[in-house]
Design a protein around this ligand. Structure first.
Ligand code: HEC
Ligand code: HEC
Length: 502
């Protein structure tokens, strides 16, 4: 009887406004959610960060409202993480089925049970692994929530203040500014990061990687340097990035499992059982916790995965070393020319997409992208091999940064890792040695040193060696970059306009 009454009460509660509010998480960004007053500032702010603003039916008033509410430090009150509709659409189309509203709602509820909300983040308790080691609660709380300050005047809501307009409230990389940027801000929810000291797409960055890159920004991209933020604030936003990444990875798993496993009336986890039947709830939650533990362990163990960088041998960066690097660059094994072109200007044949765009692009069927755009995806953007003559390195310009980038490739992008010879390699093994990688580093640096950008050094006329990080005049790069960004922005604008007209 008690159970029946509880269920009745919970079903009454859940059909009230709170439930309607939550369900809007899954709505497409095109329509303002039904029955939500048009401009309730706190809620609207969360929505404005959740979807691509230009696609909403009344973009101008809404944009103004967003700007106004941002300027007022809005966001107080309940906010919700927008759901990953694009990935859900992808899985649903692949399986040719649709999750029921109840099943979608269960995903939202279990994520909230584990991670809380943007205003009140939570660190899940797991039996098998100490999550707070990876996600300490205090810095998380400083970065979360609306922009404000505590009683001692210490700032709070740092993520929404500094990052969300590009990276989005849920870390989807689709904040209102994102539409006009090239490359797009990172979508943290896949847990894939480009510039890190660990190899491969699965190994997360270390905490130091994150803080270093947030501090320095990614030069040559719109990711700004936050080197004026005090250390504690930098620490807080780095923890928050991890929180969004881990939450986003769990969300993807929940979506995948729900689409893959559930029949029409099945439920992955029924959060209302928490009080009614804790044992059953614990049983349903266990596989989710196991998945989460695996993800948290990867983040925890990242420092042990770091690629070791051996010191270069004597003679590195000499004329001979650079010449050797150039031969490797053009040779069949490293084959850097395939993408970067014979003079390193990024004009090789290969223009591909990165993993974020590739998830929604079907080269055989370009129109297959429409449902993803309708679900809020940013239009795909090609991943251009870098023009190495610019001498701007997004992942850092220390020799060891370039060594790691060349050896491990750039996760999430077409730039591949190179295969290294094992220490017991047989004579004649074609694979590269660590010294070869260092010669490639020397050659890449030398490309940026070349006085005339149109002339790459040839083996007969190697450039003078000696400087490792010598750059040409950066103002040239930035003016070039701005022109390119403007061109990209205007082509995106027309894509957006045409999708609104459609
Ligand atoms: C003006 C827009 C903008 C703002 C503001 C911004 N970012 Fe970024 N961020 C970007 C872009 C664009 C990239 C992608 C750069 C690339 O792919 O080369 C990026 C990439 C990143 C990355 C990924 C680096 C990697 O290794 O993959 C992290 C982490 C990051 N930003 C964190 C932050 C944090 C934290 C803040 C706030 C303190 C912030 N960003 C503010 C645009 C922005
Ligand atoms: C299949 C294509 C491809 C090949 C092969 C390739 N690259 Fe790249 N490379 C890229 C792309 C794409 C990027 C830009 C990635 C991004 O930031 O989105 C890039 C970026 C770079 C960068 C810039 C790193 C930074 O921090 O900004 C360097 C340096 C580089 N490549 C060197 C090399 C070298 C050396 C080789 C050969 C060992 C090589 N690449 C092979 C596609 C390729």
């Amino acid at each position: 009887m008690r159970r029946l009454l509880r269920r009745l009460a919970s079903s009454l509660n859940s059909s009230g406004p709170a439930r309607r509010l939550r369900w809007t998480c899954w709505e497409t960004p095109h329509r303002p959610p039904a029955r939500t007053p048009f401009l309730t500032p706190p809620r609207r702010h969360a929505l404005c960060l959740s979807g691509p603003v230009p696609r909403l039916p009344q973009p101008v008033p809404l944009l103004l409202a967003c700007l106004l509410t941002t300027a007022l430090g809005c966001g107080a009150g309940e906010s919700q993480f927008p759901a990953n509709r694009v990935y859900l659409k992808k899985q649903e189309l692949a399986a040719q089925l649709e999750l029921s509203e109840q099943q979608r709602q269960d995903i939202v509820s279990v994520l909230e049970f584990l991670f809380g909300t943007p205003d009140a983040p939570r660190v899940p308790d797991l039996p098998a692994v100490d999550v707070r080691h990876v996600l300490p609660l205090e810095p998380l709380q400083v970065a979360a929530g609306p922009v404000s300050s505590d009683q001692l005047g210490r700032p709070q809501g740092l993520y929404r203040k500094h990052c969300a307009h590009c990276h989005g409230l849920s870390g989807d990389g689709a904040g209102p500014t994102a539409w006009f940027l090239e490359p797009y801000p990172r979508d943290f929810r896949r847990g894939i990061f480009k510039y890190k000291s660990t190899p491969g797409p699965l190994a997360p960055p270390t905490h130091d990687d994150l803080t270093r890159h947030i501090r320095s920004g990614n030069p040559g991209s719109p990711m700004p340097a936050f080197n004026l933020l005090p250390d504690e604030e930098l620490e807080a936003v780095a923890v928050y990035v991890k929180y969004l990444a881990i939450r986003g990875e769990v969300e993807r798993e929940l979506i995948f499992e729900s689409v893959d496993q559930l029949d029409e009336y099945d439920r992955l986890v029924d959060c209302s059982l928490q009080d009614d039947d804790p044992e059953e709830f614990a049983e349903q939650l266990a596989p989710v916790q196991a998945t989460l533990s695996g993800i948290v362990r990867r983040w925890r163990d990242a420092p042990q995965q770091m690629t070791q960088v051996p010191p270069p041998s004597a003679g590195w960066n000499s004329a001979d070393s650079i010449r050797r690097g150039q031969q490797l660059f053009a040779g069949n094994v490293a084959n850097c020319v395939k993408c970067h072109g014979p003079t390193g200007r990024g004009d090789g044949q290969n223009v591909d997409y990165d993993d974020w765009s590739r998830e929604i692009v079907d080269p055989q069927n370009p129109s297959a992208i429409a449902p993803f755009l309708a679900a809020g995806a940013l239009p795909p953007s090609p991943s251009q091999p870098r023009n190495l003559q610019d001498g701007i390195y997004r992942g850092g310009s220390r020799p060891e940064d370039l060594y790691r980038r060349i050896l491990d490739g750039i996760a999430g992008t077409p730039m591949p890792a190179v295969a290294l010879q094992p220490p017991d390699a047989k004579p004649g093994d074609q694979r590269l040695t660590p010294d070869d990688v260092w010669h490639l580093v020397a050659y890449v640096f030398s490309l940026a040193d070349s006085q005339d950008a149109s002339l790459a050094p040839t083996p007969e006329t190697p450039p003078a060696s000696g400087t490792v990080t010598g750059r040409r005049d950066r103002s040239v790069h930035f003016s070039r970059l701005n022109i390119r960004s403007r061109a990209v922005a205007s082509s995106k604008e027309s894509a957006i306009n045409s999708s609104i007209l459609d």
